[in-house]
Unconditional design. Structure first.
Lengths: 123, 112
């Protein structure tokens, strides 16, 4: 059974940093790209970051580029999201997802999601 | 960025009924590799989103055949037949043809 378990959320002041983790199990982690998706309270879904299976390439939207860094440790089957210079608009539930591809550089879709972890940015 | 427009925003339904949700994109979702990367998700109250349909019309594992997806180019539809209580929630479309990936704003399926 595929499982994704996020941790590391909490309340943080604007301008500070936070690092999220996602432990994966039930599949061969180093075979899959991984992605973070977020959802602000009462709002829709927003793509945050994606990483290749080796960690060699990463992708971000402009809203977080330069502030957030996605990374992974395949030996630990763990995905990370380092969030710096946090803003109030980063307040959201952050979901870790598995990114399913047809072929290596094809576009993907997110077939399994974690339960999410809440990040609140407020003074 | 590709704008994904979902309609309606709210969709009242009777159990056992049939509904359709529309998702339109501001540009074609046909990728240069020939595939169309349009997908559908359902978020039940208090839960994480779950994948229903991938690449326009492929049902994900375990998804009942009451759910079907269709469309091409910029115009896509999710149909749900014989609606059951567990189908209630917010439906989202996602395009992953173009970076940044973008979601529709959601359609809330609720009981009449």
């Amino acid at each position: 059974e595929v499982q994704l378990v996020e941790s590391g959320g909490g309340l943080v002041q604007p301008g500070r940093s936070l690092k999220l983790s996602c432990v994966a199990s039930g599949f061969t982690f180093n075979n899959y790209w991984m992605t973070w998706i977020r959802q602000a309270p009462g709002k829709g879904l927003e793509w945050v970051a994606s990483i290749t299976n080796t960690g060699g390439s990463t992708y971000y939207p402009d809203s977080v580029k330069g502030r957030f860094t996605i990374s992974r440790d395949n030996a630990k089957s763990t995905l990370y999201l380092q969030m710096n210079s946090l803003r109030s608009e980063d307040t959201a539930t952050y979901y870790c997802t598995r990114d399913r591809k047809i072929y290596y550089y094809s576009r993907g879709y997110f077939d399994y999601w974690g339960q999410g972890v809440m990040v609140t940015v407020s003074s | 960025d590709v704008l994904m427009t979902q309609t309606p925003v709210s969709l009242p339904v009777s159990l056992g009924g049939q509904v359709s949700i529309s998702c339109r994109s501001s540009q074609s979702l046909v990728h240069s590799d020939g595939n169309t990367y349009l997908h559908w998700y359902l978020q039940k109250p208090g839960q994480s989103p779950q994948l229903l349909i991938y690449r326009v019309s492929n049902r994900f594992s375990g998804v009942p055949d009451r759910f079907s997806g269709s469309g091409s180019g910029t115009d896509f539809t999710l149909k749900i037949s014989r609606v059951e209580p567990e189908d209630l929630g917010v439906y989202y479309c996602l395009q992953s043809t173009h970076f940044p990936y973008t979601f529709g704003a959601g359609t809330k399926l609720e009981l009449k």
